[in-house]
Design a protein around this ligand. Structure first.
Ligand SMILES: Cc1ncc(COP(=O)(O)O)c(C=O)c1O
Length: 478
């Protein structure tokens, strides 16, 4: 039997696979010694890689060596203990292996008959999430590429339900807040909601939707013969970790027959802790809910999730059955995940979740989430103890926002610029990656403490680095 040259023998596959396992385990095992971020301008990187694909194959070691020299060094190391920017993704190793298994088997997790095993794993994982969030057994969903895709599928499902109910798309209006993640607005754009029909409801001092304002905005739209159809609340905003008043908003949405979507991409898994559960009270009332396992469930990119209270509403928005797929109809109780989202061909994201949650158990994961919240509280305390800094938004889940205080009548622009320079100094030190945001227009340092490798000492070290950066800036000539 002649073998295809593309078909490696078992021993070669094992050797190459071990090589990769060694590289990844060394990377993760020694990550603390690496800089948290390194980058190069395009002009330099552009020269590092051959521009045309070779006609003849290149030795694997040579390829690995190119990657090690010219690719791997130049990135922000999300699993690094000093990575406190944006929303860190710090995957557990068994989850990484789950991804590798999913690719190795190349399951086609779009339809039931060709991947019954992996599809069942996805149903199990979605059931876990549903139970953790307290949603009813009628709920179901899908694992997506991320939170943005989950928000998009939710808006599509809600729009579909509104149109089925007789709505005219040009009159549909959607309500969210300025603090909602930008993917909500983008989802509305993609779903064909006219851009001028996106309402950003006023917020309170703590960046939460004011329910009275929501009610007023909906009433004004109805008076103007628009059709309010959906409210998107946040349970853990990206900027500050704020949670909208979920119970109040849910009461209102039930009374007014509005679809309530809750974006809990980042904070949702805090429901695995008792404190988080209390803060997220009301999340279980969502008509649809976004979660992002690649954030606080410690699995690698890409992995989001949408849960919908009435699964039939999701299927009704996405299901289509062309003749070339009639062989892969699901049976009773079986799921074609292609009927719940935009992807037909999709890999099994469930495997990495299933493997890593089973490997550690929910107690250990809940504890890791709790510790992330404790780190954020420590950071807030250090800021409050310092006369030179002020908290702009306190620790909520794993996020704290603060800035250096103004001195001697320093104006707003100078203060923003000072804090920007502090950020740059800290980042250029190579040990910590932090990021910034703007809160009511003011530049704010923003830190997110989710990564499980980050210790309390790292937080103290980070704050010391920030204090040093401020001191250096204050004594900077000119
Ligand atoms: C609250 C919230 N929603 C949605 C998203 C978008 O998720 P993703 O980047 O996975 O698409 C994020 C990302 O940080 C987020 O924090």
């Amino acid at each position: 039997m002649t073998r295809s040259p593309l078909d490696l023998d078992q021993e070669t596959m094992r050797r190459l696979g071990h090589r990769v396992a060694d590289i990844v385990s060394e990377h993760l095992g020694t990550i603390r010694k690496e800089p948290v971020i390194a980058s190069l301008p395009r002009a330099e990187l552009g020269r590092a890689l051959a521009r045309s694909a070779p006609r003849h194959g290149v030795d694997f070691e040579e390829l690995i060596s190119t990657l090690q020299q010219s690719v791997f060094p130049y990135h922000a190391r999300e699993p690094h203990p000093g990575f406190l920017a944006y929303v860190p993704s710090c995957p557990r190793f068994p989850a990484v292996l789950g991804d590798w298994l999913a690719s190795g088997y190349n399951f086609f997790a779009g339809v039931w008959p060709v991947a019954a095993g992996p599809n069942e794993v996805e149903i199990v994982v979605l059931d876990w999430f549903r139970e953790w969030m307290g949603m009813p057994p009628t709920s179901g969903g899908i694992l997506t590429t991320g939170g943005s895709a989950a928000n998009l599928a939710a808006v599509v499902a809600a729009r579909h339900a509104a149109i089925e109910a007789g709505g005219d798309i040009s009159r549909l209006t959607i309500f969210t807040s300025e603090q909602a993640h930008s993917s909500v607005t983008r989802a509305a754009w993609i779903a064909g909601i006219p851009r001028e029909n996106i309402r950003l409801v006023a917020m309170d001092e703590q960046y939460r939707i004011v329910t009275d304002e929501l009610e007023r905005a909906v009433a004004a739209d109805r008076a103007a013969r628009c059709t309010p159809f959906m409210v998107v609340a946040s349970a853990g905003t990206t900027n500050t970790g704020a949670v909208d008043p979920l119970q109040e908003i849910a009461d209102y949405c039930v009374a007014e027959k509005l679809w309530l979507h809750i974006d809990a991409a980042y904070a949702g898994f805090a429901a695995l802790t008792s404190k988080g559960k209390t803060k997220l009270s009301g999340i279980e009332r969502a008509d649809s809910l976004t979660l992002d396992p690649h954030k606080w469930l410690f699995v690698p990119f890409e992995c989001g999730c949408l849960l919908v209270r009435d699964t039939a509403k999701l299927t009704s928005a996405f299901r289509i059955m062309p003749e070339y797929l009639t062989d892969v109809q699901p049976g009773e109780e079986e799921v074609n995940f292609a009927d719940r989202g935009e992807q037909l061909t999709r890999y099994s994201r469930a495997l990495k979740i299933w493997l890593s949650v089973n490997y550690f158990g929910t107690d250990a994961i809940g504890r890791a989430i709790e510790m992330a919240m404790e780190r954020a509280m420590l950071l807030e305390m250090l800021v409050r103890e310092s006369a030179d800094f002020e908290v702009l938004s306190p620790a909520q889940f794993g996020i704290v926002c603060f800035r250096a205080r103004a001195v001697d009548g320093e104006d707003a622009r100078a203060l923003d610029a000072l804090n920007e320079r502090i950020n740059s100094r800290v980042v250029s030190g190579g040990r910590y990656l932090i990021s910034s945001t703007r809160l009511r227009g003011a530049y704010s340092l923003r830190m997110c403490t989710l990564g499980f490798r980050t210790t309390m000492d790292d937080i103290r070290g980070l704050f010391a680095a920030i204090e040093e950066a401020l001191a250096a800036e204050r004594h900077r000539p000119g």
